[in-house]
Write a protein that binds this ligand. Structure first.
Ligand SMILES: [Fe+2]
Length: 276
């Protein structure tokens, strides 16, 4: 009953907020419509044309050499190295550019919580585990992540990969078969998914450095493909404010991951809430 109540409140809040949504440019409207339709939109930093992009890229490329210095080749599982960069204006400010917030608010349909930013390096692995397994994110009803590739990403670097919504809609039996397995196992491997939805239907997202992926990682079944070479990315994360599961959004600003030792930036840290 409380689930039903919560769903009704959510729908009513979205209905009430519909007249308060920011006005979009034609370019922004195309992005929002695509995410609504397909759960994903892929563009690049040049086309987005945001003024804070050069500063954000400078900061990212000056931090990346300090990541991934351990010899990873022999370990059975190489989890990613992640820096929380939410406190650093060079990163945080890119994610709160007005154009980005307008897109996200129109997609989510409610006031937005901007949880923060991870700078991330993913390494070669031979077996699927954690986010290499197919899964859906569960922080909220709509979870919008912006992923920026910081190096050219080909098959060998393990691109973001997803299953088009048409194959996993709630009206299809496959949705429940997949959800049942994810619930039991936390995520499913390629072989298991291939038995339900053939690999030929999966969509890989390779792209040059500067590729920007807007994805609702709640709605689309997704994972990072197994890779033989490392991949560097930025993840910006947004939900409605408040999200359904705020405790799952904390790792963008708490101490679950280290922060970089980046003195010039750290000196300009300003105190902000994580919500906008
Ligand atoms: Fe995910």
């Amino acid at each position: 009953m409380s689930l039903l109540q919560s769903e009704l409140t959510y729908r009513s809040s979205r209905w009430q907020h519909r007249n308060k949504l920011p006005i979009l440019t034609k370019k922004e409207r195309i992005i929002v419509d695509a995410i609504k339709r397909e759960g994903i939109y892929i563009t690049n930093l040049t086309d987005l044309g945001l003024t804070s992009t050069p500063k954000m890229l400078n900061a990212a490329y000056s931090l990346l050499p300090s990541m991934g210095k351990t010899n990873y080749s022999t370990a059975a599982e190489n989890p990613p190295e992640i820096y929380i960069v939410t406190d650093l204006p060079s990163f945080y400010d890119w994610g709160k550019e007005q154009s980005i917030l307008n897109i996200i608010e129109n997609y989510i349909g409610l006031p937005v919580a901007y949880h923060g930013v991870h700078l991330r390096k993913d390494f070669a692995n031979q077996h699927q585990f954690q986010t290499l397994l197919w899964h859906r994110d569960i922080e909220d009803r709509r979870v919008l992540k912006i992923i920026i590739y910081l190096n050219d990403v080909e098959e060998k670097h393990g691109p973001f990969e997803y299953v088009p919504i048409s194959f996993t809609a709630k009206s299809k039996l496959n949705y429940y078969r997949i959800q049942g397995k994810i619930k039991n196992l936390g995520g499913i491997d390629d072989q298991t998914l291939n038995n339900i939805i053939p690999k030929s239907a999966w969509k890989s997202c390779p792209g040059a450095a500067g590729t920007v992926i807007f994805a609702d990682t709640r709605r689309i079944l997704h994972h990072g493909t197994l890779r033989t070479e490392e991949r560097s990315t930025l993840f910006f994360v947004y939900t409605a404010n408040p999200p359904k599961r705020p405790e799952l959004c904390a790792h963008y600003w708490n101490n679950d991951y280290p922060r970089p030792n980046f003195n010039k930036e750290v000196n300009e840290v300003k105190v902000e809430t994580t919500s906008v």
